[in-house]
Structure formats: structure tokens, C-alpha cells
Design a protein around this ligand. Structure first.
Ligand code: NAI
Ligand code: MG
Length: 351
């Protein structure tokens, strides 16, 4: 029996619901397989935990997570704790501390879903830099709360960090027989960071001459997502640009509740972390109607990462067939079902 230790961070709001459902599906997959077992260990790190202890996670949090096979996270953030605290004190330390420098986000319209945009030929990935850039957390405040108040927010783009994410994008394209990599930039306005990003992109593109490389300013690219999604294959972007583009990407699939995200440490030195891209959705928390599909898809990416591609495929097929049947679905995609009814249907559909 092969055992996998999975640390769960359900977090806040609907994060708790979707992780509970993912555990049900994963246990079912393990039973069906017969030769694997998941050892789930739940950590209560969340905004509630913060209100009790003053910390989003304990000071040895990374040590606690260090030895697991993967981390599965719901969402963190809730009214009562500022968002920059919940993000900066939990998610970002894990992403940065475990050098999960790749944030991989597929944007693919699954059968049975319809897009709010006309062009429904949507199947591409966004590869987002996840360890530095605009989210490095550096800056300053001068003369706080005076008429002379002035703040700065810095970005950090190292050659090491920029090269490795852009190279990952080209390697990803190569591995998946894709022939286009598009870089998100804004080098007309960001005259240091994005000029540098473009320089590195163009240098690396020279190593992959068989792959078509191009770049587009982020504002134009946002429009291009809507007008020509069929022309996209691999998009590589900095931390901030990738964050914005992927929420747009998920909206193009009909709901933010659909999309997954993998925070990868490709070298396997540290555990990787998988999560839906949505947040804790305080507006629907406690109603039992959160769409669990984004978390199931994230769990499938986790199974792939654990070298269990056939189990991942089973989960994707079960989930896709429920969506394609267009009967059992949550309200965000036009249905009336509850979160757990969707899970029941996915479990029943897994072959
Ligand atoms: P959100 O993603 O939580 O919600 C945006 C809208 O989408 C809401 O109307 C919500 O009801 C809906 N929605 C989201 N996920 C859904 C699902 N699975 N099924 C059905 N509907 C869904 O983003 P928002 O409102 O900006 O943030 C809420 C909190 O979540 C904030 O505290 C924010 O900081 C945090 N957040 C955390 C993230 C994470 O942990 N990775 C990511 C994004 C936000
Ligand atoms: Mg986001």
C-alpha cells in the first residue's frame, strides 16, 4: 500500500466546504484503486485561528508542512482580518518559503459549461511567477496620516527568478507539444521591471526557436483573452499580471469556482500546494452552495504531481461527465444543487 501524506489547510468560508468535499472524492478514488491511501492531516490555520492566537500560522508552520507529499488549500481571508494579513502571513510565506515559484493555472472550457464570451474555443494555460515580482512585499510609508503621506511599493525581478519561470513556460510548451508562448508585459510604462522581463524573455526565446514567441502589453492582452482565446496556448506572466489574468480566465469559463491552481516547486525539494483559484466567498459562506469543481480539478493536478496520472484522469472524467450532463450543478453555473450533491454525483460518476 502506497501512502501519501496530504496536509489540508481548509482556511476560511467556503474553503472549509470545498476541502471537505475533496477529501470525500480522494478517499473514494483511493478505495477504488486499492493500492493507495491518503493520510489527511488538517491544520486549522485561518482567520479564526488568527483572531484566537494573533498568527495566521505558528512560527514553525513551514516546519510542520515540510515533510508532507502535498498541501491542499481551500481559501483564506474573512471580514474581521485585513486581507493583506491573511494573504501575507499564510499563503505567501508558503509559496515563497517552499520556493513554489511556478503557479500553473489551466484555463479550459469543460464540456457542459458555457462561456459568457462568444468564442468558446478556450484551452490554454497561464504560467504565473509565484515567488517575487510585484508581491515581494517591499516598500515604505513616509509621513503616515499627514498631508505629506507618501508610500512606495517595490517589485523585485531577479535574473534567476525571471529566467526560471520563462524557461518553465517554454519547457511546458515543448513537453505538451504546444508551439506558442506569449509573454505578458507592460514595458512601455514599467521601464525597469518589464524592460528587464522582456529582455530575458527574448534571450530565452532564442533557445526555443521552434516555438513561436511573442509578447503583448497586459492591457491589450486582457482584451485579447476575450476576443481571441483560441489563439492562446501558453501565457507566461509576472505575479501580479498572472493573478489578474487568471481570474479573468476563470470568469471566461463561467465561474470563478471552476478553476484550479498549482503552486509548484518543480525540483521537488519542498512540497507543492494545490488550491482552487477562488477566495473564501464570505457572501455565500455557510450556505452549502459553493462550487467544488475548482477544488476537484486542483486535487486532480495534485494527483498528477504525485505521479498518479490514471487516478487524476478518473477524477477529471467523473467531474467532466457530471458537468456535461448539465443536471447537477451549483447556482454559480446555473444549477440548484448543493456542494455535497455535486460531490455525490462526481463520486457516482467516477469509473
Ligand atoms: P472570492 O473568490 O471569494 O469571491 C468572488 C465572487 O465569486 C463572490 O461572489 C463569490 O460568492 C463567488 N465565488 C467564489 N468562489 C465560488 C465558488 N467556489 N462557488 C460559487 N461562487 C463562488 O473573492 P473575493 O470576494 O474578492 O474575496 C473574498 C475573500 O477571499 C477575501 O478575504 C480575499 O482576500 C480572499 N481570497 C483568498 C484567496 C486564496 O486563499 N487563495 C484568493 C482570492 C481571495
Ligand atoms: Mg487571484
Amino acid at each position: 500500500m502506497q501512502k501519501y501524506t496530504i496536509k489540508l489547510i481548509p482556511g476560511d468560508g467556503i474553503g472549509v466546504d470545498v476541502i471537505r468535499e475533496a477529501v470525500r472524492v480522494l478517499n473514494h478514488l483511493a478505495d477504488l484503486h486499492g493500492g493507495i491511501k491518503f493520510d489527511f492531516q488538517t491544520l486549522e490555520w485561518s482567520c479564526q485561528y488568527y483572531l484566537k492566537t494573533g498568527y495566521m500560522m505558528p512560527s514553525d508552520g513551514l516546519q510542520i508542512l515540510r515533510d508532507c507529499d502535498s498541501i491542499l488549500l481551500g481559501a483564506v481571508g474573512f471580514p474581521g482580518v485585513p486581507d493583506h494579513v491573511s494573504l501575507r502571513d499564510l499563503l505567501l510565506p508558503i509559496r515563497v518559503g517552499f520556493d513554489q515559484y511556478v503557479n500553473l493555472r489551466p484555463v479550459k472550457l469543460l464540456p457542459g459549461l458555457s462561456s459568457p464570451i462568444k468564442n468558446e474555443d478556450i484551452d490554454f494555460v497561464v504560467i504565473r511567477e509565484n515567488s517575487e515580482g510585484e508581491y515581494c512585499g517591499l516598500g515604505s510609508v513616509e509621513n503616515a496620516d499627514t498631508p505629506d503621506e507618501k508610500v512606495t511599493q517595490n517589485s523585485v525581478f531577479s535574473r534567476h527568478g525571471t529566467e526560471r519561470i520563462i524557461r518553465y513556460a517554454f519547457e511546458y510548451a515543448q513537453k505538451h507539444q504546444l508551439n506558442k508562448v506569449l509573454s505578458a508585459t507592460k514595458s512601455n510604462a514599467l521601464n525597469y521591471s518589464m524592460v528587464f522581463w522582456d529582455k530575458v524573455f527574448n534571450q530565452l526565446a532564442g533557445d526555443y526557436k521552434h516555438i513561436e514567441s511573442s509578447q503583448m502589453h497586459i492591457d491589450a492582452l486582457a482584451g485579447y483573452f476575450i476576443m481571441h482565446p483560441d489563439r492562446l496556448q501558453v501565457v507566461v506572466a509576472s505575479n501580479l499580471f498572472g493573478d489578474i489574468l487568471t481570474d479573468l480566465g476563470s470568469a471566461m469559463l463561467g465561474s470563478i469556482g471552476i478553476s484550479p491552481s498549482a503552486n509548484l516547486n518543480p525540483e521537488g525539494k519542498y512540497p507543492s500546494m494545490f488550491e482552487p483559484i477562488h477566495g473564501s466567498a464570505p457572501d455565500i459562506a455557510g450556505q452549502g452552495i459553493a462550487n467544488p469543481v475548482g477544488t476537484f480539478w486542483a486535487a486532480a493536478m495534485m494527483l498528477d504531481h504525485l505521479q498518479l496520472p490514471e487516478v487524476a484522469e478518473r477524477l477529471m472524467q467523473g467531474m467532466t461527465s457530471v458537468l456535461a450532463a448539465q443536471k447537477i450543478r451549483t447556482p454559480d453555473i446555473g444549477g440548484k444543487s448543493t456542494t455535497s450533491e455535486v460531490t455525490d454525483a462526481v463520486i457516482a460518476a467516477i469509473q
